[in-house]
Design a binder for this molecule. Structure first.
Ligand code: ZN
Ligand code: ZN
Length: 445
């Protein structure tokens, strides 16, 4: 995509200017007077910036930005529970909401954390699962619970937003955000609090991290804060998402958002900070009645290693055993799973062309659970990771702030679309990505 000096797509710059007839006339006049002279062109740019700033458009100095990544917040939690979510209502009135956010496949946390922050699919950024195995290195990635997850090779196929921002002179703070504390080819987030793979951040930590972000915005120590919270995903796995207990969790999250908006107003930051709230995937009800047991195949000496369970199982057979394992799985003749050799995986998932994708993948029908030796029964109420076009896998995207339209709805977005939004808001020139501008262009003033 063609971009201007600030990484803002040229088409959009024009759109901003032409929506205000007075500004259009002023800029046109300035451009005519300054024609052909660099110095005067520079002055014209200054005028243009000043005019746009006065009209509430993209400001000369970019607004600061706070990202709130709420794990597992399904798209219909905002509508389906019939509750009065005060904070979200304020967000809707004062900002933009997408119909829903379609995750990348698999609809899991790590693949989507990285797609949201790179604008790329799994086969591009290489974060292909929550649990991965590198045959090349004989090493496992187990959702930050083992020290090997910190090795740079898992993370370096693509450069995340916060690193690009730092490279372009921004100051960033990643709060318990997976990958946020790691150096990336010599660059790191300006500040970070590492994620603890055993104790993921819940609402108290989120509130503390939001408070710290606002303090550092106020003292001008940072330009961008990324705050991660796991709590909604945890309860979505554990309890009925239609229960009063779950509803209380949503209300608690909503209250924190309401309080964030209050604090921004009280601290005179409301017109200086853009807020972007999004999730990585949704949640689907599962049941002990809907399982497919493949343990006996994984227990054989034919399989070297397998990872993950439930929505899918990744299988690395021993040498020369691929066809045997594949045909053994096929013999199950179960309609609720699909067995793929690597080259048979659907192209539409933008997933299979990566070295970390195993020779055999078993994928469950949405709402069904694949049992493995490590997970011989269903102990959760909800699960995700299923086909990314499944309705229940959808997440949310909302934004509000000085550079964002008010009371505006946009159509469905994809996880890969979020990166370009963040780049534009922070005036960061984006790296090549797979987001589509036409899905996000109506977000901005
Ligand atoms: Zn997640
Ligand atoms: Zn989860």
């Amino acid at each position: 995509m063609e971009t201007s000096r600030l990484g803002v797509p040229k088409k959009t710059c024009k759109a901003i200017l032409t929506t205000d007839m007075d500004n259009k006339q002023i800029i046109k006049t300035l451009n005519e007077h300054n024609h052909g002279l660099n110095q005067q062109k520079a002055e014209s740019q200054q005028h243009r910036i000043r005019v746009r700033k006065a009209s509430g458009g993209i400001t000369e100095r970019p607004s600061k930005i706070i990202l709130l990544l709420c794990d597992g917040f399904r798209w219909d939690y905002l509508d389906s529970n019939g509750k009065d979510l005060k904070g979200f209502k304020r967000l809707l009135n004062e900002g933009v909401k997408a119909d829903y956010l379609e995750p990348v496949f698999p609809s899991l946390s790590y693949p989507n954390y990285y797609s949201l922050m790179t604008g790329l699919y799994c086969e591009d950024h290489g974060m292909v699962g929550n649990y991965m195995y590198s045959e090349e290195r004989g090493e496992r990635f187990d959702m930050m619970a083992n020290p090997e997850c910190r090795n740079s090779h898992w993370w370096e196929d693509a450069e995340p937003f916060w690193i690009t921002a730092v490279k372009q002179g921004k100051k960033t703070y990643m709060f318990e955000w997976s990958g946020g504390e790691f150096p990336h080819k010599g660059f790191s987030s300006t500040y970070s609090i590492p994620v603890d793979g055993e104790n993921w951040p819940m609402f108290p930590e989120m509130k503390r991290n939001i408070q710290k972000s606002l303090d550092m915005f106020k003292s001008d120590e940072i330009d961008m804060a990324g705050v991660f919270v796991w709590e909604i995903d945890k309860w979505g796995h554990d309890i009925d998402t239609k229960s009063d207990e779950f509803n209380q969790k949503l209300v608690e999250f909503d209250t924190a958002i309401d309080s964030l908006l209050d604090q921004l107003e009280q601290q005179s930051l409301r017109d200086k900070v853009n807020i972007v709230i999004f999730s990585d995937h949704g949640m689907k009800d599962i049941s002990p009645e809907r399982t497919v047991d493949i343990s006996h195949i994984l227990n054989t000496t034919d399989v070297k290693i397998f990872t993950d369970r439930g929505h899918m199982c990744n299988i690395w057979p021993h040498d020369h055993k691929l066809e045997k394992v594949y045909s053994d799985l096929k013999k199950l003749n179960n309609d609720h799973i699909t067995i793929y050799r690597k080259d048979e995986l659907p192209e539409r998932w933008c997933y299979k062309h990566h070295k970390l994708v195993p020779p055999i993948t078993v994928v469950a029908e949405s709402g069904w659970f694949i049992l493995t030796p490590e997970y011989p029964s269903v102990t959760s109420r909800g699960w995700h990771g299923f086909d990314n076009v499944e309705k229940d896998m959808r997440g949310i995207f909302l934004a509000t702030g000085p550079d964002i339209k008010k009371n505006e709805k946009v159509g469905p977005m994809k996880a890969v679309d979020v990166y370009q939004v963040l780049c534009k808001l922070l005036h960061v020139k984006p790296l090549p990505h797979k987001g589509e501008w036409n899905r996000v262009q109506d977000i901005f003033l």
